[in-house]
Design a protein around this ligand. Structure first.
Ligand SMILES: NC(=O)c1ccc[n+]([C@@H]2O[C@H](COP(=O)([O-])OP(=O)(O)OC[C@H]3O[C@@H](n4cnc5c(N)ncnc54)[C@H](O)[C@@H]3O)[C@@H](O)[C@H]2O)c1
Length: 335
């Protein structure tokens, strides 16, 4: 296990640290000198994506294994990324989502209480808002998820808040908006099969891995008729987790925080950016709307800026698409 002489060094358990977002956080935590234990069952994660710390291959719902891991010594914080994340799959197989996202989070919380963990940082999602109809979504807006994935994450949020009210545990719940991009050095990125996220799909189409891609609806009440989302670069999101850790270490109170840049791009704008980044004018067809897509989902982010004392400039869409394209190329070349 990596250790550091830094007095600020903390011992942290990272679940799901071999996955897309978790691996970027593990890398940055390692660079900051923290001592990490990564718990991942490698169901979608990659062993080689764990660039720091010790990897324990196991299930986050395994209470005995959690006791062994957390019993090794005092952990300063737990960061919980492990989960299942494919929205359409959650509709077909809701039990998988409630078991892995909600049930296993409950097991993890139980272990945190048993072992006196005092800081918990959780990956939540804008999907907890459901069909938001506000221009910008704030943390106080109605929570009305429209699929089992969003509901399973919202239930976890509720459990975390209830456990924290009863035990000496403080938390930061980060509600991510649309995560995209890859590590600048090209070692980490999103690698699961069957991509559904727009930027990945567009990059794969640009690289000839798909004959064409589809825009799901161009009759929304937006300037070009396609849906608008708040795309965030995964490295900025990873940094937010380190900020969340510092915030809790400074004695910050438990908080639920949106993480988005507060700006939106339409599907057509994203496709244009990928075409420009790749130099390929790939085929795009327009299909019907998908069920459950709000016209616009942009984060109100005043709360996270205030909590972390952050400017949060936001990475440009160009940089996001360039890094996503470079990563997808690399995956293709090494396949
Ligand atoms: N990717 C996004 O756009 C997005 C958006 C909002 C929220 N999130 C949340 O962020 C978190 C990470 O998502 P990601 O995109 O990195 O997904 P991912 O699939 O790349 O990573 C999840 C990781 O958790 C591991 N895992 C899954 N179930 C496990 C279990 N029971 N025990 C141990 N390990 C397990 C997987 O092997 C994988 O390494 C998830 O909780 C997800 O809900 C993701």
């Amino acid at each position: 296990m990596k250790t550091s002489s830094s007095s600020a060094s903390k011992r942290i358990l990272v679940t799901g640290g071999a996955g897309y977002i978790g691996s970027h956080v593990v890398k940055q935590l390692g660079e900051a000198g923290h001592a990490l234990t990564v718990l991942d069952n490698l169901s979608t994660g990659r062993r080689e994506a764990v660039l720091s710390g010790e990897l324990v291959v196991g299930n986050v719902g395994d209470a005995a294994m959690l006791d062994t891991v957390l019993g090794q010594g005092k952990f300063d914080a737990v960061m919980h990324f492990a989960g299942s994340i494919v929205v359409p799959e959650s509709v077909i197989d809701p039990i998988k989502y409630y078991a892995n996202n909600t049930g296993n989070t409950l097991q993890l919380l139980g272990a945190c209480v048993r072992h006196g963990v005092e800081r918990f940082i959780f990956s939540s999602t804008a999907a907890v808002y459901g069909m938001a109809d506000q221009a910008m979504v704030s943390e106080d807006d109605p929570l009305a998820p429209i699929n089992p994935y969003g509901a399973s994450k919202l239930m976890s949020e509720r459990m975390i808040a209830d456990v924290a009210a009863a035990h000496p545990l403080k938390y930061v719940i980060l509600r991510y908006f649309n995560v995209a991009g890859a590590e600048a050095e090209g070692r980490l990125g999103q690698s699961g099969a069957g991509a559904t996220h727009l930027i990945r799909v567009a990059c794969q189409t640009a690289l000839g891995m798909r004959p064409e891609m589809t825009i799901f609806g161009d009759d929304y009440a937006t300037p070009d008729g396609t849906c608008i989302r708040d795309y965030i670069h995964v490295e900025d999101l990873a940094r937010a987790h380190l900020e969340a850790l510092s915030y809790l270490q400074r004695g910050g109170d438990s908080a639920v925080l949106n993480f988005g840049y507060g700006r939106g791009y339409s599907v057509r704008e994203v496709i244009a950016a990928v075409k420009q980044a790749s130099g390929v004018d790939f085929a795009v067809r327009t299909g019907k709307r998908r069920a459950g897509d709000p016209a616009q989902l942009i984060a109100a982010n005043a709360r996270i800026k205030a909590a972390f004392g952050w400017q949060l400039r936001g990475t440009s869409l160009d940089e996001i698409t360039h890094s996503a394209l470079a990563w997808e190329k690399r995956l293709l070349e090494t396949a």
